[in-house]
Design a protein around this ligand. Structure first.
Ligand code: KG4
Ligand code: ZN
Length: 340
């Protein structure tokens, strides 16, 4: 029998739906919300409203691309959190209503676990190598930065995490200071390709063990620019690419420093990179390079599965389905990851 899962993601500013059959992707459709561009960040109220508008068309499009009807769906997986409460409520209420009307099981999904399982995503005709357990994942998103040991598909052990800002936040906040629109991470990536990463240096935070910190970097970048702008009001535009390359290097160095430490500590050489920041070309290259140097096996999701998407929710739903981990109609969204 086929196991066909409909996945729904609505934790932040992407409304997404996907269909996975027997662990392989059939479709993955996302509506990005443009309404936040003018505000320099995601406006929760506007995000909820846009999810409400987008969710039915996105689910329809995902089913259509998969060549499936609602009657083919065996279970509905949705993001329980972490994320914005109003945004999560739209996806979870929709998933609950649909599961009830189709009389199929409901599966609640931890968005962070889903990011990690994005390395298992592929189409049947285009399969990718997948990590063996246990593997170590550097999870870098807009809200989280963690080092996680995955013992099986559903068991995470967090061995390090940020004590303040996430890596994605560091990218976005530094971009904002430079006057770039939200989200700045992809723009820094783009400009950094033409810049000199050694042009400016920013000190790395000293944090215990396998934890990370990025708030000091953001502040030192802010003060650095303030001082330079006093001397030259065109400093940012005159050095745009070098600034992007240098700040990107500082963030990547902090991440890879702790990743190396984690490999040393755990002895694990199956290494995954996941989360929105894993779309960063500099970080992808740096981790691949380290993999070559240290004989690691490195697994990085395709760019389309790195940032928020419902395919990762559906694949997590698939593993929960085969492990009989279902959810009830009474389960409520969770805003924070430490509530899981
Ligand atoms: O995982 P994600 O899509 O959403 C969360 O769960 O947070 O991650 C979004 C974050 C944003 O901070 C965005 O700027 C960052 O990922 N990001 C990037 C790139 N693409 C997305 N950061 C650096 N370089 C990129 N290419
Ligand atoms: Zn995410």
């Amino acid at each position: 029998m086929n196991i066909t899962i409909l996945g729904i993601e609505s934790s932040c500013d992407d409304t997404s739906a996907a269909v996975i059959e027997n662990g392989y992707m059939l479709s993955n459709k996302t509506a990005n919300q443009q309404v936040h561009k003018d505000y320099g960040g995601v406006v929760p109220e506007l995000a909820s409203r846009a999810h409400q508008q987008n969710i039915i068309p996105v689910v329809d499009a995902a089913l259509k691309e998969a060549g499936k009807s609602l009657q083919d769906i065996n279970a509905i997986a949705y993001t329980r959190g972490p994320g914005l409460m109003g945004a999560l409520l739209v996806g979870s209420s929709f998933a609950k209503g649909l599961a009830l009307s189709l009389q199929v099981p409901l599966i609640d999904v931890n968005h962070l676990l889903a990011h990690i399982l994005s390395v298992f995503l592929s189409r049947k005709e285009n399969q990718v190598p997948v990590p063996a357990f246990p593997f170590l994942c550097l999870l870098v998103s807009g809200g989280h930065t963690q080092l996680v040991v995955m013992k099986d598909h559903l068991t995470m052990e967090i061995i390090g995490q940020t004590i303040d800002d996430a890596a994605g936040e560091a990218f976005d906040k530094c971009a904002k200071v430079m006057g770039l629109p939200y989200p700045g991470g992809p723009l820094i990536d783009r400009y950094a390709k033409q810049g000199n990463p050694e042009r400016f240096s920013f000190s790395k935070a000293m944090v215990q063990d396998l934890d990370f910190s990025f708030s000091g970097l953001k502040t030192s970048f802010l003060y650095f620019l303030r001082d330079r702008l006093k001397e030259d009001p065109n400093f940012i535009s005159g050095h745009n690419d070098d600034l992007c390359a240098s700040i990107q290097k500082a963030i990547i160095d902090s991440l890879t420093h702790k990743l190396l430490k984690a490999v040393k500590k755990t002895g694990i050489k199956e290494i995954a990179l996941a989360g929105g920041v894993s779309a960063n070309s500099g970080l992808r290259d740096a981790v691949k390079q380290l993999g070559k140097q240290h004989q690691w096996h490195v697994y990085i999701p395709e760019i389309q599965y790195a940032t928020d998407n419902a395919a990762m929710i559906a694949i997590t739903g698939y593993y929960k389905y085969i492990n009989h981990q279902f959810s009830s109609q009474h389960v409520t969204p969770l805003v924070r990851s430490d509530h899981f």
